[in-house]
Design a protein around this ligand. Structure first.
Ligand code: RUB
Length: 460
């Protein structure tokens, strides 16, 4: 069947379509022997009608709901599709837009079409009425800055850690690691698989964590934050874990935030948490996402798309990677990912998105970051208004988690002062000790550091 006549309309205007369609930009490569333009049209046909054959019982109404390919560039593989808003499913329970329907239409059955060698969603645009039909974040990083006693408009880096090792510590070990970090840092979060293991029953871990937070607040005189992992494989279980955390932290309710493994738990998990916690700060972890978002994968959707979806679904904090400065995939060009979630109007790779006042999400920066790597990350991003969640960079410091936390705080100060890190190290011992803590990084980032720091200490 030639689909071009009905499903390929390259004369349509994107601004006109944008008002009442969801727009989507893909990079598509046809299977061997398949024409690009006809494959793009077939992709559009399948996206809307779900079949490739004429249907005698179709009428004008259903034909008016066709998904149309309005841009197709054989040279780059770029195609853009327009999805009529009427195609999308809305929840009976609260009238909110359904993310499962959104994913079904944009990255559903079409991913497996035999005419296609590969197709990946790189950006999408939502018109105001549809965007507002998603929950969006209940609160923002301003809430955390206020809790920490900082400027709610620009409170700077929230120095946080992900409890490491990700599995193996018992409740007292987890609580002690958290306490030690809180003596120097602001926030501790569970790592993504930390839940209700036999050696660390959740109830006991949460009780000890809450006690450690209270002791750290008393010791330092500073407010602290915990991000409790409530990820589970059913909404009922998620609710049970949420209740346990709320009870455990009943004496410090404002210190409690929540963490959901938003990719692994599936698209239902974050919306469920957001409905259950209409006032709380929820962080979206993205463990596992690289299986489809990796730049080395040409199917599924990009990390940019996942990040944008997480803001729509209500994540106040979103793991956005380290843009090539850490140990996970990514590069400096990923900067738009952090901008898209933190601004009211932002440009993606193919569309400018107006968020119409939807609460902003904060970037959660994690993955191989330590005090030595942080200054160049900050230089690339251009600000430090985000949540840092260092694992090894906090707990791998030779002088322990408190020193690890202080070294990260000092690294932010070093960048804010635009100071030379070697000179800065002379006045900041925890930062100085991050050099021997992360020698391989030190050798690359600051060759000759051993002699320079030795001279510093001999000059003192
Ligand atoms: C960080 C860590 C994080 C992932 C998140 O540990 O394990 O869960 O790196 O990555 P470390 P992302 O600091 O020791 O690398 O934020 O890119 O999803």
């Amino acid at each position: 069947m030639d689909h071009k006549d009905r499903f390929l309309r390259l004369s349509l205007s994107e601004p006109d379509l944008a008002a009442d369609h969801v727009l989507a930009a893909y990079i598509l490569s046809p299977a061997e022997g398949h024409d690009f333009l006809n494959t793009a049209a077939a992709f559009a046909a399948e996206s809307g009608r779900g079949t490739q054959v004429p249907l005698a019982h179709e009428d004008d109404f259903s034909r008016a709901l066709d998904v149309i390919a309005y841009q197709a560039e054989p040279a780059t593989g770029l195609i853009k599709l327009a999805f009529p808003l009427a195609l999308f499913d809305f929840n009976l329970s609260d009238g909110k837009a359904s993310i499962t329907s959104f994913l079904n239409l944009l990255v559903g059955n079409t991913q497996g079409m035999s005419e296609i060698d590969a197709v990946k969603l790189h950006d999408f645009h939502l018109p105001a009425p549809f965007l507002k039909a998603f929950h969006g974040p209940a609160t923002t990083i301003a809430r955390l800055w206020q809790h920490l006693g900082r400027d709610p408009l620009s409170g700077g880096m929230i120095t946080g850690a992900i409890l490491k090792p990700k599995l193996g510590l018992r409740p007292e070990g987890l609580a002690d690691a958290a306490y030690q970090f809180w003596l120097g840092g602001d926030l501790v979060k569970n790592d993504q698989p930390q839940g209700n293991q036999s050696f660390a029953p959740l109830k006991s871990t949460l009780r000890r964590m809450a006690d450690a937070l209270t002791r750290a607040q008393d010791k330092t005189g500073e407010a602290k934050i915990f991000s409790a992992n409530i990820t589970a494989d059913s909404p009922t279980e998620m609710d049970m874990r949420t209740e346990l955390a709320i009870r455990a932290f009943k004496h410090n309710p404002d210190s409690l935030t929540f963490h959901v493994d938003a990719y692994l738990a599936g698209p239902m998990a974050l919306p469920h948490a957001r409905r259950r916690l209409p006032k709380h700060f929820i962080s979206a972890h993205r463990a596992g996402h690289a299986a489809i978002t990796s730049a080395r994968s040409n199917r599924g959707y990009s990390a940019f798309v996942l990040t944008k979806i997480n803001r729509l679904l209500g994540a106040s904090g979103i793991h956005t990677g380290t843009m090539g400065f850490g140990r996970m995939e990514g590069d400096e060009a990923d900067r738009p990912i952090a901008c898209m979630i933190a601004q009211n109007v932002a440009s993606g790779p193919y569309f400018e998105q107006d968020w119409h006042g939807m609460n902003r999400s904060a970037a959660i920066v994690s993955g191989g970051i330590n005090a030595l790597r942080l200054p160049s990350f900050l230089q690339n991003l251009g600000h430090s208004n985000f949540i840092l969640a260092a694992g090894g960079g906090a707990f791998g410091h030779v002088d322990g988690p408190q020193a690890g936390a202080l070294s990260l705080r000092q690294a932010e100060a070093c960048w804010l002062e635009r100071a030379d890190p070697i000179e800065f190290a002379a006045e900041h011992p925890e930062f100085a000790r991050s050099f021997p803590s992360f020698e391989a990084d030190a050798d690359i980032i600051h060759p000759g550091w051993r002699r320079a720091l030795a001279q510093d200490s001999s000059n003192q």
